[in-house]
Design a protein around this ligand. Structure first.
Ligand SMILES: O=P(O)(O)OC[C@H]1O[C@H](OP(=O)(O)OP(=O)(O)O)[C@H](O)[C@@H]1O
Ligand SMILES: Nc1ncnc2[nH]cnc12
Length: 180
């Protein structure tokens, strides 16, 4: 097995399935064992950023979605030499914001971004841990456009393909490290 494939296997083995969390019927993908392993965490950050390293035009900003998305998106931003922009749950960002409400696999939420988070025309990479129904990423995409920037694409660690999230991502390029 190549070095790259064995690193992917290490990452996959450190995602823990938790049945019926946070609601009956949901198989929760717990990434905390992966985050606690520096080799697996480092490989994940490297692999999430790799498809965008030589992108033309370049990625100017990386958006992380509260809360688990922050953990992955911030180091990806640094690795790409891009700025980091937080998209947060409602009521956490000071100053004027754009807001979007949406449904996700196990609930309802509202996300916000600061109105001045981007330069006009910034190209933005969205990074998150899990792409499930795609509702979260769809809301983030809309917010980024509301704020005058353009979404270059999406990198996620896990894609729950049985929930068909790509029906919500339109023609955006999506890289998922572990489609399950
Ligand atoms: O594709 P979807 O069905 O929209 O679900 C994916 C989202 O669900 C989780 O976030 P959650 O809102 O649970 O927040 P957390 O990161 O604070 O745990 C996950 O981190 C993704 O952002
Ligand atoms: N099944 C799942 N596991 C972890 N995070 C999620 N976010 C949405 N669905 C999820």
């Amino acid at each position: 097995m190549s070095e790259i494939r064995s690193a992917d296997r290490l990452v996959a083995d450190l995602v823990r399935d938790v049945p019926d969390y946070p609601k009956p019927g949901v198989l929760f993908k717990d990434i905390t064992p992966l985050l606690a392993d520096p080799e697996a965490f480092g490989h994940t950050v490297e692999a999430l950023g790799a498809p965008w390293r030589d992108a033309a035009p370049r990625v100017d900003k990386v958006v992380g979605i509260e809360a688990r998305g922050f953990i992955l998106a911030a180091p990806v931003a640094l690795a790409l030499g891009a700025g980091f922009v937080p998209v947060r749950k409602a009521g956490k960002l000071p100053g004027p914001t754009f807001a979007r409400s949406y449904a996700l696999e196990y609930g309802q939420e509202t996300l916000e971004v600061q109105r001045d988070a981007f330069e006009p025309g910034d190209r933005v990479l969205i990074v998150d841990d899990v792409l499930a129904t795609g509702g979260t990423v769809e809301a983030a995409n809309t917010l980024i456009r509301d704020a005058g920037a353009e979404v270059a694409g999406i990198s996620v660690l896990l894609e729950l393909t049985f929930l068909a999230p790509r029906t919500r991502t339109g023609d955006l390029t999506v890289h998922s490290l572990l489609p399950v």
